[in-house]
Design a protein around this ligand. Structure first.
Ligand code: NAD
Ligand code: ZN
Length: 250
């Protein structure tokens, strides 16, 4: 529909605000681009990453079992980095939208926990949450400090403590995934923000939804021409402007 690139960003935001007001049930789907303005690098910005190692080679079951030192270093680094990180205004806008009944839920690929930290309640963390640690063997919950100190499981003594994130090669948490799918059946608007839609199966979600789909990202991709509306720009700026637009006309 309105994916015409000549239409100015501001006009597209006005269009989206109007569509949101008419919609009854809205789901947001976020990816790493939602968090970059809180200074958490996405996976595509490799230059900023840890020791220049591709995270996709460490965030695996193989690394957990066969190269635990590397796995532990990588996740300790990411967890410690998050200590100083806070949600940005865009996260708060989404939390406010939920409180105002404008949106219903957020499905996220992010493991940072920033949506919840900003106050969003109906959040489906499809790839888990890096701030929660458990034992890979007996599954018991563990203290995050114990993980950071490279301790072992207090119940079964296993050395394989790990954050509760979905590693490449693992399946998504069933309950969260089915909640997301059942919500996808109820919504009439899906807004995808800051994801390259490269990771299966989350990248299938927009195609599984038959209603109006919006894609907000800071770079364009021809792969996403199945969206009804595409807005190119930074997630935070766009959400702030969207909030202004919705408040103006309410
Ligand atoms: P990705 O890195 O593949 O894609 C992120 C997309 O966001 C890119 O297209 C990028 O151009 C865009 N982007 C970057 N900054 C933006 C901004 N300010 N505004 C709008 N768009 C912006 O990440 P992905 O698609 O989420 O998937 C990769 C995997 O990375 C997921 O499994 C996720 O769990 C994991 N991951 C999570 C975090 C986090 O929790 N914050 C960080 C890095 C990676
Ligand atoms: Zn254990």
């Amino acid at each position: 529909m309105t994916s015409n690139n000549n239409v100015k960003m501001e006009d597209k935001i006005i269009t989206l605000a109007a569509i949101m007001k008419k919609s009854k049930n809205i789901m947001i789907l976020t990816g790493a681009g939602m968090d970059t303005e809180s200074n958490i690098p996405d996976f595509r910005s490799r230059s900023g990453w840890w020791r220049n190692i591709d995270p996709r080679e460490v965030a695996t079951r193989e690394a957990l079992k066969n190269n635990y030192s590397l796995f532990h270093d990588f996740y300790s680094y990411r967890i410690k980095k998050l200590f100083d990180v806070n949600p940005h205004k865009g996260h708060y806008v989404l939390a406010k939208f939920e409180e105002q009944g404008i949106i219903n839920s957020i499905a996220t690929q992010n493991v940072s926990g920033l949506h919840r930290k900003a106050g969003s309640k109906e959040v489906y963390e499809l790839h888990g949450n890096i701030n929660i640690v458990n034992c890979d063997d007996c599954k018991s919950d563990e203290d995050i400090t114990n993980f950071l100190n490279r301790g072992s499981c207090e119940k079964c003594n296993s050395e394989f403590l790990r954050p509760r994130v979905i590693l490449f090669g693992e399946s998504l948490p069933e309950e969260v995934w089915s909640k997301t799918l059942s919500n996808l059946n109820k919504i009439d608007l899906l807004i995808v923000i800051g994801t390259s839609l490269a990771v299966y199966p989350v990248n299938e979600l927009p195609r599984m939804f038959n209603g109006f789909k919006v894609y907000i990202n800071n770079e364009e991709s021809l792969n996403y021409n199945y969206f009804d509306l595409t807005i190119i720009g930074k997630a935070k700026d766009i959400l702030i402007k969207l909030d202004e637009e919705i408040s103006k006309s309410s």
